[in-house]
Design a protein around this ligand. Structure first.
Ligand code: DX5
Ligand code: ZN
Length: 219
């Protein structure tokens, strides 16, 4: 097994049986569980809130990687930390004080991540590299599963890989959107070490989850 982590996005799971779905991807060998939180305001879709995250928590001991697509974000950090998030990531566009938001996540003992939309410059990371645990590059516009991978993001992933290596810090580089068996190797060669995959994990039904996850890992 290599060092690539696979984080299935439960956005593509069967929402009528989310607890069972989480137990299945856990048993199928996923590394993290990616939870997409959307508010119908920051992105044009509505998914789940902290109450659902809390209800899911007993169904797996693997890290809950919570991707917040909500604005404003600050007033919800405690609720997601209380619900059992291990990592909380947010978009710099979601609030006026990125540094403060990172500090409030860290204050809860939770990993802090910054998410860059396809058109967002990596320069917003310059002065926060010393404080964060994860950088998430969106390779689709956030809001929906099942979209096509935006290839221009590979260059951004490579540039961020260099920034992370130069920083000497232990920062995960995650890619989210349109990851499948064809695009996973591209993201990995560009320097990603965590791959989010919704459609590509859940396609084919529960019998295929283990095979799908292994294939994304390149095994
Ligand atoms: C999109 C979400 C993604 C999405 C990925 O806003 O952040 O996590 O579920 O779905 P796929 O893997 O199907 O592109
Ligand atoms: Zn996501």
């Amino acid at each position: 097994t290599n060092n690539i982590k696979i984080a299935p996005s439960i956005l593509s799971a069967d929402f009528a049986q989310l607890g069972a779905e989480i137990a299945r991807i856990d048993a199928a060998g996923c590394d993290w569980i990616h939870i997409d939180v959307m508010d119908g305001h920051f992105v044009p879709n509505i998914t789940i809130g902290p109450q659902v995250v809390k209800a899911l928590r007993p169904h797996s001991e693997k890290p809950f990687d919570v991707h917040l697509m909500i604005s404003p974000v600050d007033q919800y950090i405690d609720a997601f930390a209380d619900a059992g998030a291990d990592i909380i990531s947010f978009h710099p566009e979601a609030g006026p004080h990125m540094h403060r938001t990172v500090q409030s996540i860290k204050a809860r003992g939770v990993g802090a991540g910054i998410v860059l939309n396809p058109a967002t410059s990596l320069s917003c990371l310059d002065h926060i590299m010393g404080d964060i645990d994860l950088i998430l590059v969106m390779s689709v516009n956030p809001g929906f599963g099942g979209q096509k991978f935006i290839h221009s993001q590979l260059e951004k992933i490579s540039a961020i890989r260099k920034m992370i290596d130069a920083s000497g810090r232990d920062i995960r580089l995650e890619v989210d959107g349109g990851i499948d068996r064809a695009t996973a190797p591209l993201a990995i060669s560009a320097g990603a070490d965590v791959l989010v995959a919704g459609t590509a994990t859940f396609t084919g039904g529960p019998d295929k989850y283990a095979e799908n996850i292994a294939a994304l890992r390149g095994q």
